[in-house]
Design a protein around this ligand. Structure first.
Ligand code: HEM
Length: 481
């Protein structure tokens, strides 16, 4: 274990240390209250690199996005695995993938991420499309007149079910739909306490969380999973791999499956919500996106209006540039993932020009992309939703500048370097497919007159949830003659 050092004596070349005067907590309260505001104020005082004492650990923040590359490419001295592994073990009650009891398990699991790309990604996206289509068809029969619902609840129920069936398979019983709803409700309860678990608060102090987690894990028991029909290559490959480790108990395997389910829906659901919310709040954006979708469907010989089987290739999905830009814009506004690395040894990190930072073993290195996402020098009027920010001359825009220099990193909802999300391509496809099907099946509008903010509870941990739900209504579109 890497033990953090005390910072009683600052050595030459070390970044400025911001200790705070509260014993143990250091600056944790100011940071957690409003991370971006706090970090930017420290940047103004101390420059682009500084170390903050947060709850007994030291975090060196690199604020200049041109510095990010020096951190992400230095994966040997700036590790992540041990620290992430501990967090995952205590949060999801799984055994360590780094344990010598399970040789090469971590590497093997990473190899399986190939099934989230290439041809496997095509299959996943096609299955997701079919599953979403069926769920929307079911909703259609209820929405011949205006149907009112809460929007987060709607996105959660549709995306959870479609993702679950696509990845894990269909629960065959007549009440299969009910079983998935039960899992979803438990998932929502567990997820509400996820930030506390991730922060290290013992599960025993979190009410029913321990019981709910156990029940959730039980759903992924061997007995249950063998009954599910279909399912994806990625889950099959994980099942096959777990069978090779004799020391993994039945419970351990189920807990691993639950962990992956969490990773695959916990961020995708709020990301889908924000993409839909911003589009409905901005009718001009929705009109352009609808137009782009209609145009593609017509040009590929697929009828406009509900009740038809849409089929889109990956290339066609990729070419929906306005839709993609709208999804990216909502990710920019709502993502808050901190990127952390743990220093494995004392060393000097070389930066741009002649700059360098002396780092200590046991300290964290941190990148906080929300300050980049809200940087007015990179994004004009950053607090405004502009659905076409990622479009230039009708094509995808990937050139963003700061101080006149082109940025390598300008949008980081999926992390960076060696810890970048392996499900990112599928995630964006899922959100696009949801929006395509929603837009082709329904007319919709928000009926509650309020602006939503973010629930800061999971600041730093992924896509933020809204601070409350909002009512909207939707109605089946009339079929075109
Ligand atoms: C890891 C974001 C969707 C599977 C991560 C990480 C981020 C992230 C930031 C890195 C965590 C870190 O550095 O601490 C997101 C967002 C999503 C999304 C914003 C949706 C909008 C998905 C989906 C899947 C998935 C759909 C799978 C189908 C994973 C897995 C990891 C991960 C397995 C852990 C990778 C590892 O073992 O290193 N995700 N993710 N994610 N994500 Fe995603």
């Amino acid at each position: 274990d890497v033990i953090p050092q005390t910072w009683s004596i600052k050595k030459a070349g070390e970044p400025p240390l911001i200790n705070g005067w509260i014993p143990f907590l250091g600056k944790a309260l100011s940071f957690m209250k409003a991370p971006s505001t706090f970090l930017l104020s420290q940047q103004r005082k101390f420059g682009d690199v500084f170390t903050i004492h947060l709850a007994g650990r030291y975090y060196t923040f690199f604020m200049d996005p041109f510095q990010f590359v020096y951190i992400t490419r230095n994966s040997k001295q700036l590790g992540f695995q041990e620290f992430a592994d501990k967090m995952i073990c205590r949060t999801f009650d799984v055994p360590s993938v780094l344990s010598t009891k399970f040789p090469e398990m971590n590497e093997n699991l990473h190899r399986i991420y190939q099934y989230l790309q290439g041809k496997s990604l095509d299959t996943l996206s096609e299955d997701m499309m079919k599953n979403l289509q069926q769920i929307f068809e079911r909703k259609c029969s209820q929405a011949t007149d205006w149907e009112a619902e809460k929007m987060y609840k709607f996105c959660c129920s549709v995306m959870f079910e479609a993702s679950f069936i696509t990845l894990y398979g269909r629960v065959p019983a007549a009440d299969g739909h009910k079983v998935i709803s039960e899992i979803r409700d438990k998932f929502t309860k567990f997820d509400a306490n996820f930030p506390y678990l991730a922060l290290g608060i013992p599960v025993e102090l979190l009410g029913a969380t321990k019981k709910v987690r156990k029940e959730l894990i039980h759903h992924f028991s061997y007995q249950n999973m063998t009954k599910w029909l279909g399912g994806s290559e990625v889950i099959q490959a994980r099942k096959d791999l777990f069978e090779k480790y004799e020391l993994l108990t039945v419970y351990d395997k189920a807990a691993h499956h639950f962990t992956f389910l969490w990773a695959s829906v916990a961020n995708t659901i709020p990301a889908t919500f924000w993409a839909m919310y911003y589009l409905l709040r901005h009718p001009e954006a929705l009109a352009v996106v609808r137009d782009e979708i209609d145009h593609l469907l017509q040009s590929t010989g697929q009828k406009k209006g509900p009740r038809y089987n849409i089929h889109l290739t990956r290339e066609q999905l990729d070419n929906l540039v306005y839709l993609e830009s709208a999804v990216n814009e909502s990710l920019r506004m709502s993502s808050s993932s901190i990127n952390l690395r743990l220093c494995q040894e004392d060393f000097i990190l070389k930066l741009d020009g002649n700059q360098e930072a002396s780092l200590r073993k046991g300290d964290f290195v941190a990148l906080y992309p929300p300050t980049l996402h809200m940087d007015p020098e990179v994004y004009e009027d950053p607090k405004e939703y502009k659905f076409d920010r990622y479009i230039e001359n009708g094509k995808k825009k990937t050139t963003f500048f700061k101080r006149g220099r082109k940025l390598k990193y300008f949008l980081m909802p999926f992390g960076s370097g060696s810890t970048k999300c392996p499900g990112r391509f599928f995630a964006v496809n899922e959100i696009k497919l949801f929006l395509i099907l929603f837009a082709t099946h329904f007319d919709a509008e928000i009926v509650e007159n309020k602006n939503l903010g973010f629930d800061n509870n999971r600041m730093g941990l992924g896509i933020l949830l809204p601070d409350s739900d909002i009512a909207f209504r939707y109605k089946l579109k009339s079929l075109e003659k």
